[in-house]
Design a protein around this ligand. Structure first.
Ligand SMILES: Nc1ncnc2c1ncn2[C@@H]1O[C@H](COP(=O)(O)OP(=O)(O)OP(=O)(O)O)[C@@H](O)[C@H]1O
Length: 596
C-alpha cells in the first residue's frame, strides 16, 4: 500500500473493513505470546458461566428437595449453603482474574502493537509523511489501539461466557419445562436483534465521533502550532469558526450516539423485566395447571436473570468488534506500508568517507505521474570541497540535497559517495556520515543540552560546550536562565531564529559528519546573527565536504565552487568572481539581490 492511498483512507467513512482470512489470521496471531494468559482467562470465563448456571440449580435443589423435608435436612441446607458460598467465591475469584489479568493481557497486546506502530513510523520515509496528517496518525496510535486492546481482552471472554451461559441455561430450563423454555428462548432472538440494531447505530455514531476527534486533533495541532501566524494575521475568529465547525460535528455524532445508546439501554433493562413478568404469569398458569412446581418456577426466574447477560455480552461484542477491528485494520494499514527507502540486500556500513559525491544522470520526481524536478543531472563534488547551490526558488536545490542522505530516492541514475552507490551503503551508516542543517530548524522540546546531544547521546559536557563555542552559541546559551539546562520550549520557541540556527550548527558539530548539507534559512537574520551563523558555518565546513543551499550571496562568495541550478539542470558553475565575469544567470541573481 502506498502512503497516498493511506492518506485517502483517513478521509474515507469509518466502515469496518472486510474480514479476510489472512486478516483474521494476523489478528489472532497477536495472541501468540499470551496463550497461557488467554487460556487462563478462558478457563475463568468457563467458571464464571458454569457457576452462574449451577447456582439456580442449587436453589432448585434446596427449594424442591430439601425444604419439603426440612425436619430431616436442616444440616443439608447448611451444607448446600456452604456449597453455594464456595461457588460464589470461585465465581468472584474468576471474575477478579478476568477483570484484572484479562485487562492486563489486552493492555500488553495494545502496548506491544503501539510500540510496533511507532517503531514502524520511524522507518517510513519523507514521502509517507508528505501524504499524512499527524493528527490522524496520532488518533491511530492512541484511540484505535485502545479499542483494539479492549477487543483483544473482552472479545474471547464475552463470546465464551455468552455461549456457555445460553447453552447451560437453556439446557437447565428445558429439563424443567420445555414449553416455557421454548417461549422464553423464542424471545431471545428479538432481544438480540434489538440490541444489535441499536448497538450498530451506536457504534456508527461512536466511529463518527472517533473520526471527529481525529479532525479536532488535527485542527488543534495546526492552529496552536501556528499560533504565531494566526495572531499575526488576526486569524483568531476564522480559527474559532473552523474549530467550531468540527466541534459541532462531534456534538452531532455524540447526540446520535446517545439516542441509540438510550434505546439500547432500554432494551437491556426492559428485556429482563419483560421476561420476568412473562415467567411469573405463564409460570403461575403452569403451576395452577400442576405442570410446574413453585420451586421450578423460582428456578426459572433465577435463570431468566442469567439469560440476560449473554444478550448484553453479544451486543457488547459487536460494539467491540466494530471499533476494535476497524482500529486493527487502520493500524495494519500503517504496519503494512512498506518503507519505500530501505537497505538493499548486501548493503554495508562504511567507515568515515572522504566525502566525494557524484551524481550520474540523476532524475527525480515527487509523484510517479508528476513532473521531473531533476532530470539527467551530473555532478562531481570533491572531498572537502565547499560547494554553494544557488538558483530560483523551486528549481530543486533542497530536493537535490535531500537525495544524498536518501530522504527521497532518485528515480533515475546513481548517486555515489566515495565511488559507492549510496543504495549499497546501509541507511544508518550513510546518514551517520552526513550532517544536515535544515532551513526550517527543528528543535525538540527540552533543554539546550538535550538538543545538542541529539546526534551523539554519549557526548560529554565538555564536548557539548566545545561544539557550542565552535557554533558561536556558547555565549548566548550561558546567558539563558539555566544555561545549558534551560528549557527552550516546544520547537525552541524561546529562542531567536539566529540562535536556533546556531544550535543546529552546534548539533551538527557534535555529530562531526564527513559531509555537511546546510540549507540556509531564507528568513533574514539581523546582521550580527548572520555574521555569527556564517562564522560558525565556515568553522563547521572545515575538513568536510560541504554543500550549502545559499539564499544570501554572502554565503557564496568564498565557496570553492558555485552551482547555478535552473529548471534545465546546472546552468553555470565556477567561483563567485568567474561567474560574475561571465555575466550569466548568476550575475543576474547577484544584481537582483542588489549586491556585487
Ligand atoms: N514533498 C514534496 N512533494 C511534492 N512536491 C514537492 C515537495 N517538496 C518540493 N516539491 C516541489 O519540488 C520543486 C522543487 O522544490 P525544492 O524545495 O527542491 O526547491 P528549492 O530550489 O529548494 O526552493 P527554495 O529555494 O524555495 O527552497 C518545487 O516545485 C516544489 O513545489
Amino acid at each position: 500500500m502506498t502512503s497516498t492511498e493511506l492518506g485517502r483512507r483517513d478521509a474515507a467513512p469509518d466502515a469496518a473493513p472486510a474480514l479476510t482470512r489472512a486478516r483474521l489470521k494476523t489478528f489472532l496471531s497477536f495472541y501468540r505470546p499470551h496463550i497461557p494468559l488467554l487460556l487462563a482467562d478462558l478457563a475463568c470465563a468457563v467458571v464464571v458461566s458454569l457457576t452462574a448456571v449451577v447456582l439456580p440449580l442449587c436453589a432448585n435443589f434446596v427449594t424442591k428437595h430439601l425444604v419439603p423435608e426440612a425436619s430431616q435436612s436442616l444440616d443439608r441446607i447448611w451444607q448446600m449453603g456452604a456449597v453455594m458460598l464456595a461457588l460464589l467465591v470461585a465465581q468472584a475469584l474468576s471474575t477478579l482474574f478476568v477483570d484484572y489479568q484479562g485487562h492486563v493481557m489486552g493492555a500488553k497486546m495494545e502496548s506491544a502493537l503501539r510500540r510496533a506502530v511507532f517503531e514502524h513510523c520511524q522507518k517510513l520515509s519523507f514521502r509517507f509523511y508528505d501524504n499524512k496528517r499527524v493528527g490522524q496518525l496520532m488518533s491511530r496510535i492512541t484511540n484505535d489501539l485502545f479499542n483494539l486492546g479492549e477487543l483483544y481482552h473482552h472479545g474471547p471472554e464475552d463470546l465464551a461466557i455468552a455461549a456457555l451461559k445460553t447453552v447451560g441455561v437453556v439446557l437447565v430450563l428445558s429439563s424443567l419445562d420445555p414449553m416455557l423454555t421454548l417461549i422464553v428462548a423464542g424471545l431471545l432472538p428479538f432481544a438480540l436483534a434489538w440490541a444489535l440494531y441499536f448497538g450498530r447505530r451506536m457504534n456508527r455514531a461512536l466511529a463518527m465521533g472517533r473520526r471527529q476527534i481525529g479532525a479536532i486533533n488535527e485542527r488543534v495541532e495546526d492552529s496552536l502550532a501556528g499560533i504565531r501566524v494566526v495572531q499575526a494575521f488576526v486569524g483568531e475568529t476564522e480559527e474559532n469558526r473552523r474549530f467550531e465547525a468540527e466541534n459541532q460535528k462531534f456534538l452531532e455524532s455524540r447526540r446520535t450516539g446517545y439516542r441509540s445508546e438510550a434505546f439500547f439501554s432500554l432494551g437491556a433493562e426492559g428485556f429482563p423485566e419483560l421476561l420476568t413478568v412473562l415467567v411469573i404469569v405463564l409460570g403461575a398458569v403452569r403451576v395452577v395447571q400442576a405442570s410446574l412446581s413453585v420451586a421450578d418456577m423460582l428456578t426459572f426466574l433465577l435463570c431468566v436473570a442469567v439469560l440476560v447477560d449473554p444478550v448484553r455480552r453479544l451486543a457488547n461484542f459487536t460494539r467491540l468488534w466494530q471499533a476494535g477491528y476497524t482500529g486493527f485494520a487502520r493500524v495494519m494499514e500503517i504496519l503494512e506500508t512498506e518503507p519505500d527507502i530501505r537497505d538493499r540486500p548486501g548493503a554495508v556500513a562504511v567507515p568515515r568517507p572522504r566525502g566525494a559525491i557524484r551524481f550520474e544522470n540523476v532524475g527525480f520526481r515527487y509523484q510517479e505521474d508528476g513532473p521531473h524536478v531533476l532530470r539527467g543531472l551530473n555532478l562531481d563534488i570533491q572531498p572537502g570541497e565547499f560547494v554553494a547551490l544557488v538558483g530560483a526558488s523551486g528549481v530543486g536545490k533542497s530536493t537535490l540535497c535531500a537525495l544524498i542522505p536518501r530522504f527521497y530516492e532518485a528515480n533515475e541514475g546513481v548517486i555515489r559517495l566515495d565511488g559507492t552507490d549510496i543504495r549499497d551503503i546501509r541507511l544508518d551508516s550513510l546518514r551517520r556520515h552526513i550532517g544536515v542543517v535544515q532551513q526550517d530548524v527543528y528543535l525538540f522540546a527540552g533543554t539546550v543540552a538535550d538538543n545538542l546531544r541529539y546526534g551523539r547521546p554519549d557526548a560529554t559536557r565538555a564536548e557539548i560546550e566545545a561544539a557550542a563555542r565552535a557554533a558561536n552559541a556558547h555565549d548566548f546559551i550561558v546567558a539563558l536562565p539555566g544555561g545549558y539546562g534551560a528549557d527552550i520550549g516546544q520547537r525552541g520557541v524561546k529562542l531567536s531564529g539566529g540562535q536556533k540556527q546556531r544550535l543546529t550548527i552546534a548539533r551538527a558539530f557534535l555529530k562531526d559528519p564527513a559531509v555537511l548539507i546546510f540549507d540556509e534559512a531564507t528568513s533574514a537574520l539581523d546582521t550580527e546573527s548572520e555574521r555569527a551563523v556564517q562564522a560558525a558555518l565556515a568553522d563547521l565546513a572545515q575538513g568536510r565536504t560541504t554543500l550549502v543551499i545559499a539564499h544570501r550571496l554572502s554565503t557564496v562568495r568564498h565557496a570553492d565552487r558555485i552551482l547555478v541550478l535552473t529548471e534545465q539542470g546546472i546552468a553555470e558553475e565556477g567561483t563567485h568572481e568567474a561567474l560574475l565575469a561571465r555575466g550569466g544567470v548568476y550575475a543576474g541573481l547577484v544584481v537582483g539581490q542588489g549586491r556585487l
